[in-house]
Design a protein around this ligand. Structure first.
Ligand code: PLP
Length: 366
C-alpha cells in the first residue's frame, strides 16, 4: 500500500507515541487534582504547552489545547461577524456569515473585496473575525497573508484568525510575524495522534472568543473537560521534532516535484503559480470522468489519495475548493496526493505506475 493522503491525516510517529505513552502511563492523575499524581500530570501538560507554543512563536499562556483543528476553528469563529476566504476548510466555511473573500490560483487574497465588506459593516470591527488559512488543504497553495491584509487589519482593527493546520511542520509559523490574533493547529496532521489540537489566543486581545461548552475552568475555560494528556504530550513532541528550525530547513519538495514530472504528460498541476507546501500535489487528469470511481479503483490497486478534504468526502458534489478555483469540470477530474516527510522517489514511481494502470482500467470500463 502506498499512502499519499497525509493532508487527511499522517501516520503517527511511532517513537513519539512510545515516548508519550511511557511518560504519561505513570502520570495518569487528573491535572486538576491537588496531589502528587495530579501535579505530575499537570507538569507534563505544561511542558507540552511550551513545546506547542514554541512551534508557533507564542507564549505558553496563549495556547489552549482542543480536540483538534475543527474545534479550535469553531472557538475562533464565535464572534458576531465572521468573514473568511472562499477556500477555507468546512469548519471555518460553515461559520461564515458574510460574503467570502476571493482567492486566486496564485494564492493572492482579494483584499479590495474584503475592504469593501469591512466598510459596509455595521458591526464593531473589533468583534469581526477575518479568517484566512495559511496553506490550503486540497491544493497546498500558501495564501498571501502578507502586507495588504495586515494593512487592512491596522486600518479596521478586525480580529485576524489563521487556520494553520496544513502549515504545521511544513512552513515556519510565527504568530507575531503574521500578526495573528488567533491561530489553529492540529496534531494528527503532523505525526501526533488524532484528538488533539490547539488554538493560539493573543494575550492582549481586547475581545476574546467564547467557549463552545460549559463546564470547569480547564484551559482557561475555553475548553472545559479533563485534558487529553497523552495527546498533548505527543503533540508537544511532534512540534519539537517537526517544527524546529533545523527540521523545517531540511524539508524538500524533491519527491513531490519528481512525482509531478513523471505525470506531466497526462495531468496538469493545480495552483502551479502559487507558493505551495512541499508535500501536496493537486493534479487534474482530463481522462478521469468520475472521480469517485477512479479513487475506488486507485485504492483497490493499492494507492491511497483523495478527491477533496476528508471532512467533505461522502458528499456527492465535487470539491468545493477546486470548483471555486477552477470550475466544476476540473474538480471532477482532480486528485490530491499528499506526501509524508519520509516519502521516497521509489514510492513516487510506484504510485505513478498505479495511477497509469488505474486510468487505463477506468477507460476500459473495468
Ligand atoms: N483546517 C484545515 C485546513 C484542515 O485541513 C483540517 C483537516 O483536514 C482542519 C482544519 C480540521 O482539523 P481536524 O481534523 O483536526 O479537526
Amino acid at each position: 500500500m502506498i499512502y499519499l493522503d497525509n493532508n487527511a491525516t499522517t501516520r503517527p510517529d511511532l517513537s513519539i507515541m512510545l515516548e508519550a505513552m511511557n511518560e504519561t502511563y505513570g502520570s495518569f492523575g487528573n491535572p486538576s487534582s491537588w496531589h502528587e499524581a495530579g501535579y505530575d500530570a499537570k507538569d507534563l501538560l505544561e511542558q507540552a504547552r511550551c513545546s506547542v507554543a514554541k512551534a508557533i512563536g507564542a507564549k505558553p499562556s496563549e495556547v489552549v489545547f482542543t480536540s483538534g483543528g475543527t474545534e479550535a476553528n469553531n472557538i475562533a469563529l464565535t464572534y458576531p461577524a465572521r468573514i473568511c476566504s472562499a477556500v477555507e476548510h468546512s469548519s471555518v466555511w460553515s461559520r461564515l456569515n458574510d460574503s467570502p473573500i476571493g482567492v486566486a490560483e496564485n494564492g493572492s487574497v482579494d483584499v479590495s473585496r474584503l475592504e469593501q465588506t469591512l466598510k459596509l459593516k455595521e458591526k464593531d470591527p473589533r468583534q469581526t473575525v477575518v479568517s484566512v488559512m495559511l496553506a490550503n488543504n486540497e491544493t497546498g497553495m500558501v495564501l498571501d497573508i502578507a502586507s495588504e491584509l495586515r494593512r487592512l487589519k491596522d486600518t479596521y482593527g478586525f480580529i485576524l484568525h489563521i487556520d494553520a493546520v496544513q502549515g504545521l511542520g511544513k512552513l515556519s509559523i510565527d504568530v507575531t510575524d503574521i500578526q495573528a490574533d488567533l491561530l489553529t493547529i492540529s496534531g494528527h496532521k503532523c505525526y501526533a495522534p488524532k484528538g488533539i489540537g490547539a488554538l493560539f489566543i493573543r494575550k492582549n486581545l481586547e475581545y476574546k472568543p467564547d467557549t463552545l461548552f460549559s463546564g470547569g475552568a480547564h484551559e482557561k475555560g475555553y475548553r472545559p473537560g479533563t485534558e487529553n494528556i497523552f495527546g498533548a504530550v505527543a503533540f508537544g513532541k511532534a512540534c519539537d521534532k517537526y517544527c524546529s528550525k533545523e527540521a523545517l530547513s531540511a524539508i524538500s519538495s524533491e519527491v513531490r516535484d519528481y512525482f509531478e514530472s513523471l505525470l506531466s504528460d497526462i495531468s496538469d498541476v493545480n495552483c502551479k503559480s502559487a507558493q505551495r507546501v512541499f508535500n501536496t500535489s493537486s493534479l487534474y487528469f482530463p481522462d478521469i470522468v468520475d472521480i469517485d470511481v477512479f479513487l475506488d479503483r486507485l485504492s483497490i490497486n493499492g494507492l491511497y489519495a483523495s478527491g477533496k478534504s476528508a471532512c467533505s468526502s461522502g458528499m456527492p458534489a465535487p470539491s468545493r475548493i477546486i470548483t471555486v478555483l477552477f470550475g466544476e469540470e476540473k474538480a471532477k477530474g482532480t486528485v490530491r496526493f499528499s506526501f509524508a516527510h519520509d516519502s521516497t522517489k521509489e514510492e513516487a514511481e510506484k504510485a505513478v505506475s498505479i495511477i497509469r494502470q488505474t486510468i487505463r482500467e477506468v477507460k476500459d470500463g473495468y
